[in-house]
Design a protein around this ligand. Sequence first.
Ligand code: FER
Length: 188
Amino acid sequence: MSRRILKYAILGLLSKEDMSGYDITSEFKKAIGQFWSAKHSQIYVELKKLLEENSISQYIKMAGVKLEKKMYSLTTKGKEELRNWLLELDKNVETEKDIFALRLYFLKDIPTEEIPVLFNNQLKLRTEKLSFLKEQFSFHFGGEKNPLHLDAEALGHYFVLTKAISREENYINWLNKSLDIINKQESR
Ligand code: FER
């Protein structure tokens, strides 16, 4: 990762509390991993770099009688780097990698009868994803309908989740419109 976005994901996690490498990888399996994924191996490489660069420090915490846990915490430098990164203004819109869009670009090489199959498969997946996101939404925010009542941390989660829901609703809408076109083409 050339721009080391993982660096800032880790600094962000550590800004809330000190964590072990295991805690950090677990976080990447939860909410953050839903929109920013990273492999164990990448995470440990990044932690090593961050230690060498003094953005984080390490200490040993006794967990039980014999178990030693290596804990990581933000240094003053790390806190500053995180803050600067959070305030950076993006200079362009990041190109989103969409495999389905890449396939569609080569539509002429897809047998006509397979095209609705591909669209319907995508529709199924996206519909499942949307219901997962909506479940997450009611799990986290179901009781609290007014986002103005959320604290800053919950509001951040709220924004990421509502963005994902809008994206999937829009994608499904576009899939349906495209399927309409395909069905009309076939009956010509
Ligand atoms: C979450 C569940 C899913 C979440 C985000 C997602 C931030 C998905 C995001 C995406 O698909 O962009 O709890 O919290």
